[in-house]
Design a protein. Sequence first.
Length: 129
Amino acid sequence: MAGKATGRPSDLELEILKVLWDRGASTVAQVHEALAPTRPIVYNTILKTLQIMTEKRLVVRDERARAHVYRSRESRRVVVRRLVGDLLRRALDGSTPQLVVHALEQKRVKPDELEEIRRLLDEYGRRQE
């Protein structure tokens, strides 16, 4: 199946995508096992959500085995880039500096994190030259 995913993932869909990105292709039971320690959720909810995600083209389902295996259609980087771009357009009128400021205001940033941000910005700036 080719083509891009449609729509933004819901909070639960994003949690499921994180499991698939971290663990790779997984069955419903494996996704449930990964989410259960931090989020009390029933198996059937995950199954139904994965079916919806398949329709939305967020995941691909491999039906060759008895237990269907799901994988993310797109990488974490592609999905995050799309979500950030959407936020930039919809809420910040395309202002990248405002996005950075709002991100930094969300939690206390450690000095080593600030240094990493500076390094990444410098690296990005060199690539733009």
